[in-house]
Design a protein around this ligand. Sequence first.
Ligand code: HEC
Length: 182
Amino acid sequence: MTLAVNLVSAYTRVGMKQVVSFTLVLLVFLAACSPAALPPTPTAGPPTSVQTDETAVTLPVLDADEIALGETVYAANCASCHGVNLEGEVDWKIQNKDKSFRNPPHDETGHTWHHPDDQLIEAIQLGGARFEGLNIGGTSDMPAFGKILTDAEITAVISYIKNRWPDDISAIQWQMSVQSEQ
Ligand code: HEC
């Protein structure tokens, strides 16, 4: 996943700004993980065991130009389903009668931040096709953007979404992304 690696190194380049106590972050993470019916992912989910000592998570600073590009990409390609304000569809955790998944939010009320960067990139590149051949109990009408958007536009739209998350949520997602790259 070259794009994922680029994303991580771009983040590492921009340096340190905020340090969030990982202990606090862990508590928030455990509280936020509910067993509600969610579109599963073909690859590993959030880590089941994490360090509980005073490990600090350094949040990368997102690039302002990327966020601006991501906003344009989002408005043109994603807002119609995921909501102009990232709010998703009402009752998004309930599947439609035809078993298709509803459009989930991308803000902190959604499930997007439960995935490391490489899984988010895959979801955007492949859309619902990433579930083909997998028995996941439903279908996804999410289009594949791999041939519609450039790698830079995909990175940018992820940055735009990340910029809307509170720090504690961002820290959890960042930690997962770093671990997923190792
Ligand atoms: C036609 C409606 C539609 C459009 C347009 C759409 N999506 Fe989706 N998206 C969905 C649905 C439905 C799901 C839930 C099922 C799934 O994960 O594929 C989803 C899931 C996702 C997920 C995975 C979330 C998770 O927690 O697993 C990401 C990331 C995502 N979309 C990003 C985007 C981005 C970025 C765009 C614009 C470039 C976009 N989507 C455009 C319908 C859409």
